[in-house]
Design a protein around this ligand. Structure first.
Ligand SMILES: Cc1cc2nc3c(=O)[nH]c(=O)nc-3n(C[C@H](O)[C@H](O)[C@H](O)COP(=O)(O)OP(=O)(O)OC[C@H]3O[C@@H](n4cnc5c(N)ncnc54)[C@H](O)[C@@H]3O)c2cc1C
Length: 449
């Protein structure tokens, strides 16, 4: 084989491909495996907060993957064991059944479902250490990492894939594409060129709330990241909470994809803030004549950034509920009670500020806003304080994992030897299941060798 020829090319160095590489190289150490990553540090979203939802009920749709529950449990165990091997905190939350059940019942009384599961929190600080150890381990087994190597295009010629990158051309017999949410749009373009079949699925559009830590502590002390799910009365739509960060920080998503910035959040293991943040997401599905959920969500994200003068928006709950925009002059107003919560993502102009006080209503569609408003009020019945006027609402928080690729049970697409996995391919919605789908695809490749 020539230098730039590989058995397997893995696009993206997120959890999907770390676990895929691990599975491939442990099963067949002679394989030539390369990971291509456009950034200078592996591994995608895994270095952010890194809370592990150790369940098949969160972050995955087993029907989409075509796997039974028992098999899913086995995959979760493999992923978790690898984290522990590289030094993850052994503490797991969500195991006190009696306390968990009390919360499940309390939520039920407000017509809200609480999905409880075992969770392990790594933290942004510790996740970086684990990712580095994982990478060194793979390199010691001769997996080659090409960092800062953007894969621009992939073409198939005579049963071999040609990868066109900004560091030149590479070839591989098998390709596993896992470019994450950041690369979802790129993957969709590429799929069109390669003739890979896909369809549009629902997209999650919402906001991130930041409250004082003591508002959310009663539940996060029992379940680190509680997943509340409800069907709204106003439109009958699904809304859920997602990615809670007790003592955490609201963050801009690390990469500013395609000309707009998105809101997210994380928490450190060693340093806590006085606040807790979590996302509230409305699942939006479209039918004919216009079903392109990606494009709709992109337009909302662009609008929200436009309203913020090129930055995401932040609004006080008091302003939001009374139908007025938030303003810089009154953002910390004592008389309005706005000095009660200090934002962890500063309002104002860069370099100090990252978000703009404004009106989220102007950027979001009425149906989404109605759903969110009703959800705030119903969640406030479970955890009093959510609708405090000082609560901070950040937007846009959008999860781009809506394009669904047609794959077989090994995650191979209709283009032979071209596999897709992870969030960017709509196969997972979180670290554990991104890794799980990486293992499935790797096993699929091993089957074909
Ligand atoms: C701030 C933040 C906090 C989060 N917190 C959590 C959490 O606590 N728990 C949880 O389960 N999930 C969390 N997530 C989500 C989690 O990070 C993702 O679900 C997970 O990383 C998806 O894995 P992936 O392998 O599919 O993609 P990613 O981890 O996104 O990795 C994809 C990689 O591919 C690279 N790439 C894209 N296109 C190309 C290309 N053309 N060429 C080369 N490289 C390319 C990207 O740079 C990226 O590094 C968080 C995400 C963010 C942004």
């Amino acid at each position: 084989m020539k230098d730039r020829d590989y058995d397997v090319a893995l696009i993206g160095s997120g959890p999907t491909n770390l676990w895929a590489a691990d599975e491939l190289i442990r099963s067949d150490p002679r394989l030539k495996v390369a990971i291509f990553e456009k950034n200078n540090f592996s591994s995608g979203g895994m270095i952010n907060d890194c809370k592990l939802n150790l369940s098949h009920k969160i972050g995955v749709d087993l029907d989409e993957l075509k796997i039974p529950e028992e098999y899913a449990h086995g995959l979760i165990e493999i992923v978790d064991q690898r984290f522990l091997y590289f030094g993850a905190d052994p503490y797991v939350s969500g195991t006190n059944e009696e306390e968990v059940n009390k919360w499940v019942e309390k939520a039920e009384r407000s017509g809200v479902e609480l999905i409880a599961c075992r969770q392990r929190h790594i933290g942004t600080d510790q996740a970086k250490v684990i990712v580095e150890k994982f990478r060194q381990d793979l390199e010691s087994k001769f997996v080659e990492f090409y960092m800062q190597t953007n894969v621009k295009d992939i073409q198939k010629k005579d049963d071999v894939f040609q990868l066109f990158t900004d560091s030149g051309e590479f070839r591989a017999k098998y390709v596993l594409c896992a470019p994450g949410r950041d690369g979802a749009y790129w993957l969709r373009d590429l799929a069109g060129r390669l003739g890979v079949k896909y369809r549009w699925g629902p997209v999650d559009i919402g906001v991130r709330l930041e409250v004082r830590k003591e508002v959310y502590d009663p539940i996060t002390n029992i379940i680190y990241d509680p997943k509340f799910v409800l069907k709204t009365k106003c439109h009958g739509d699904k809304v859920r909470t997602f990615c809670s960060n007790p003592g955490g920080r609201v963050r801009l998503e690390p990469s500013a994809v395609n000309g707009f910035k998105l809101i997210n959040g994380d928490a450190l293991k060693k340093h806590k803030t006085p606040n807790t943040n979590f996302a509230i997401l409305n699942t939006v599905d479209l039918t004919q004549p216009y079903a392109d959920t990606t494009e709709m969500a992109r337009n909302i994200a662009i609008d929200a950034n436009r309203m913020g003068g090129g930055r995401p928006l932040v609004q006080r709950m008091g302003d939001f509920l009374e139908g007025r925009r938030s303003k810089t002059e009154t953002f910390f107003d004592r008389a309005m009670g706005y000095d009660l919560i200090m934002p962890t993502l500063k309002p104002g102009l860069p370099p100090e500020g990252s978000v703009t006080p404004g009106d989220i209503n102007l950027a979001y569609k009425a149906r989404i806003m109605n759903n969110l408003k009703e959800s705030f009020e119903r969640l406030n019945r479970i955890l009093y304080g959510i609708t405090n006027p000082a609560t901070l609402i950040y937007a846009p928080e959008i999860k781009f994992y809506d394009t669904k690729y047609k794959t077989n049970k090994n995650l191979e697409t209709n283009v032979a030897n071209f596999f897709v996995a992870g969030d960017g391919a709509g196969k997972s919605r979180g670290i554990v299941w991104a890794a799980g789908t990486g293992i499935i695809a790797a096993r699929g490749i091993l089957d074909k060798l």
